[in-house]
Design a binder for this molecule. Sequence first.
Ligand code: 5GP
Ligand code: MN
Length: 322
Amino acid sequence: MSGANRMIPPKELLHFLKKENDFVIVAHISPDGDALGSSIALSMALESLGKKTIVYDKDPVPEFYKFLPGSERFTASLSSLKLQFSNLILLDCNDAERAEIGKLQFTSSAVIDHHETARDFGDIKWIDPKSPATGLMIFYLIKELGVTVTKEIAVNLYAAIATDTGNFRYSNTTPGVLRVSAELVETGANPSYIAENLYETWTDSRFRLFLKVLNTLEIYNDIAITHVTLEMFRETGAAIADTETFSGFPRKLRSIKTSALFREIENNYYKISLRSKGRDVNVAKIAEIFGGGGHSNAAGYNIRSDFKAAKEALLKAFRERT
Ligand code: 5GP
Ligand code: MN
């Protein structure tokens, strides 16, 4: 299925969504615009069909995504998930571990995702690595369910697609993406309002952290490495969510093919974001070596180690893979 063409959701997924009446919609930890917008849009669509939904993410909605209409639907508390909600829909990831759902009980599960690294989870799977965003899949799913796309749904899906295409700059920006996005704009999504909220609303603490991060730049041939320490988070008051997009900046250098951002989230525990440009380096394959995953130009993993050893392990993986 190509991003340029209409996507057709599997029949068993449509059947599942039509037949069942209550759903827990869950997206991955550290949710981004695609995870959030897709979840809210699907929740709104299913509720317009008379279904009940709960929208869960282990992590809270970052401040700069709170402009998304319906963002208050997210709960971060598993205890609020009532037992009768037994149908799980996992979005923008394909493994329950990546959503850290813990002991959440469910009897049936469906996965809707576009990552190229896939685990064997879910009774019903719709995983299309060629899809530019989960939000695009949700758009076609909603249409197939016969739901009218409202302005609120349009804003969420546009933000989802904008996030995962780097605001329509990455190689996944297909004619299909632009056609669907144009339709979402006609339905009421305002590109400049959404772009302003996504990219022009940094807090002082986020900006101060960004300045510190840029000063950590190290270059190893065509690989750029930056890092954030726990102390930098403390000094600036910024949160981990504030580092979204930081990893892409060193890639702006003409000589750089790959960029890695190390964030210390606990003592000797790092979350790493990898970004590459062009087709030379598939960072999903590198992240997979360390138990993570993602897309060929954007991927991530976590590692328990000190910074020096973690960095050396990554550079070694690059040397051996490329
Ligand atoms: P980010 O670096 O922005 O957190 O993530 C980049 C891409 O890689 C996203 O599509 C994200 O879902 C994926 N990703 C990031 N970290 C992990 C991870 O630990 N495991 C897996 N499977 N995917 C990840
Ligand atoms: Mn996505």
